[in-house]
Design a protein around this ligand. Structure first.
Ligand code: NAP
Ligand code: MG
Length: 401
C-alpha cells in the first residue's frame, strides 16, 4: 500500500524522559509505516534546550506560527533538582509557558471517552472540554501582608499623569492585600479562541464568571465575550446549530454536574486551573486527556495533558518494564495530523487520524491496556500490556480496521 503523502510540514517538538521514549515508538510503529511524514523537527529535550540557550524553543514557536500546526511531546520544566541532574546553565523557563506567550493562546483540554472507563459523574455521556484563559488574574498578582492599621488604596496613573484612586479598605489591624489585572487584548484573544474552537468542534460554548459581585473586573470579561459574539460569531453559531451561553460561575458548576457533556466550558484562569483538574480526574485519568493550544490567529499546538512521567522513566533506565499509557500522546499526533489534513485539503491524512484514534479506543475496549487503566476499568479479564506492547497492540487493531 502507498504511504499517505503530506504537502505541508507539521512542526514536531520532541521532549523528555518517558514521553520521549513513547514518542519514538509511536512514530516507528504507528505513523512512519503509513505516512510519508513531513515534519520540521525541533528537539525540546532539556539537553538540547540547554545547548541552544533555549533558542530552540523560541524557534519552534516561530515555526508553529509559520506552518500553523504543531505537535509537542511533554517536556521538563526545570527546578533546582533538574539544574544538577542536567547540569544546566540556567533554570530555563517552562516551554509550554513560552510557547503559550508566543502564540497568545488558550488551552483546551478534553477527555478521551472509552467504554469501560466510566466517569465518576454518571450522567456525563460526552466529553466536557475545559477552555482555560492562560493569562493574568491571580497568576500575575502583587500581594502585601498588611502589618497593622492604615489605609489601602488602588491607584492607576495614566501616561499623562492623571490618577484614578479608590479606597480598598481602612485597616484597623493586620491583614492582607492583593492586586490583580488583565488586559482587554488578552481577554479578546481568549474569547476568539473559544468561539473559533466551538465552531471548529461544533459544540456549545459556556462561559461563566462572578460578574454580580465583581461588577467591573469580571463584568469586563462578560462584556467582551458578548460584544465579540454579537459582532462576529452569532450568525456563524446559528448556522452551525450551536449556542453561546453565559451564566454565573456557581450556576455553571451546578449545571455541569447535571449535564450530559458535549460542550466547551470556558473559564477564567483560576477557575480553569481548579475545574480542569476536577473534570479530568472525574473522567478517569490524566493519561486520557488531550490538550490543544489554539491562538486567535488560528494556529494549533497539540500535546498530551500529562508530564514526562519521570517515575516510569527512571524504571526504564534501570532496565525495568514500564506500562506507560501512550493514548494522550497518540491523540496529540492524530489531532495535529487531522488539522494538517483539514488545512491542506488532505482527506487521506484526516481519515488516517480518525482510523488511528478508532484503533486506539478499540484496543482498550477489547481489554488490552496499560496498568493505569487496568486499575480503574469496569471491563473484566483485561490484559495489562507494557509500554511497547500496548503500542504494538494498537497497530494490530489498526491493521484489522
Ligand atoms: P506526570 O509526568 O504527569 O506524572 C505524574 C504521575 O501520573 C506519574 O508518576 C504516573 O503515576 C501518572 N501518569 C502520568 N502520565 C501517565 C501516563 N501517560 N501513563 C501512566 N501513568 C501516567 O507528572 P510529574 O511526574 O509530576 O512530572 C514529570 C515532569 O513533567 C516534570 O519535570 C514536569 O515539569 C513535567 N511536566 C510537563 C508537562 C508538559 O510538558 N505539558 C506537564 C506537566 C508536567 P504513577 O507513577 O503512579 O504510575
Ligand atoms: Mg492545576
Amino acid at each position: 500500500m502507498d504511504k499517505i503523502k503530506m504537502t505541508t510540514p507539521l512542526v514536531e517538538m520532541d521532549g523528555d524522559e518517558m514521553t520521549r521514549i513513547l514518542w519514538k515508538m509511536i512514530k516507528d510503529e504507528l505513523l512512519l509505516p503509513y505516512i510519508d511524514l513531513k515534519t520540521e523537527y525541533y528537539d525540546l529535550g532539556l539537553e538540547h534546550r540547554n545547548e541552544t540557550n533555549d533558542q530552540v524553543t523560541v524557534d519552534s514557536a516561530e515555526a508553529t506560527k509559520k506552518y500553523g500546526v504543531a505537535v509537542k511531546c511533554a517536556t521538563i520544566t526545570p527546578n533546582a533538582a533538574r539544574m544538577t541532574e542536567y547540569n544546566l546553565k540556567e533554570m530555563w523557563k517552562s516551554p509550554n509557558g513560552m510557547i503559550r506567550a508566543a502564540l497568545d493562546g488558550t488551552v483546551f483540554r478534553a477527555p478521551i471517552i472509552i467504554k469501560g472507563i466510566e466517569p465518576c459523574v454518571k450522567n456525563w455521556e460526552k466529553p466536557i472540554t475545559l477552555a482555560r484563559h492562560a493569562y493574568g488574574d491571580v497568576y500575575k498578582n502583587t500581594e502585601i501582608k498588611v502589618p497593622g492599621p492604615g489605609k489601602a488604596e488602588l491607584v492607576f496613573t495614566a501616561e499623562d499623569g492623571t490618577e484614578i484612586r479608590e479606597t480598598i479598605h481602612n485597616f484597623t489591624g493586620a491583614g492582607i492585600l492583593q492586586g490583580i489585572h488583565n488586559t482587554d487584548k488578552s481577554i479578546t484573544s481568549f474569547a476568539k479562541a473559544c468561539f473559533n474552537y466551538a465552531l471548529d468542534t461544533k459544540q456549545d460554548l459556556w462561559f461563566a464568571t462572578k460578574d454580580t459581585i465583581s461588577k467591573k473586573y469580571d463584568h469586563n470579561f462578560k462584556d467582551i465575550f458578548q460584544e465579540i459574539y454579537e459582532n462576529e460569531y452569532a450568525k456563524k453559531f446559528e448556522e452551525a446549530g450551536i449556542e453561546y451561553f453565559y451564566t454565573l460561575i456557581d450556576d455553571a458548576v451546578a449545571r455541569v454536574m447535571k449535564a450530559k457533556g458535549g460542550f466547551i466550558w470556558a473559564c477564567k484562569n483560576y477557575d480553569g486551573d481548579v475545574m480542569s483538574d476536577m473534570v479530568s480526574s472525574a473522567f478517569g485519568s490524566l493519561a486520557m486527556m488531550t490538550s490543544v493550544l489554539v491562538s486567535p490567529s488560528g494556529v494549533y499546538e497539540y500535546e498530551a495533558a500529562h508530564g514526562t512521567v519521570q517515575r516510569h522513566y527512571y524504571k526504564h533506565l534501570k532496565g525495568e518494564e514500564t506500562s506507560t499509557n501512550s493514548v494522550a500522546t497518540i491523540f496529540a499526533w492524530t489531532g495535529a495530523l487531522r488539522k494538517r489534513g483539514e488545512l491542506d485539503g488532505n482527506k487521506d491524512l484526516m481519515a488516517f487520524a480518525d482510523k488511528l484514534e478508532k484503533a486506539t479506543i478499540k484496543t482498550i475496549e477489547d481489554g488490552k491496556m496499560t496498568k493505569d487503566l487496568a486499575l480503574i476499568t469496569s471491563l473484566k479479564d483485561v490484559t495489562v500490556l507494557n509500554s511497547e506492547n500496548f503500542i504494538k497492540a494498537i497497530r494490530e487493531t489498526f491493521e484489522t480496521l
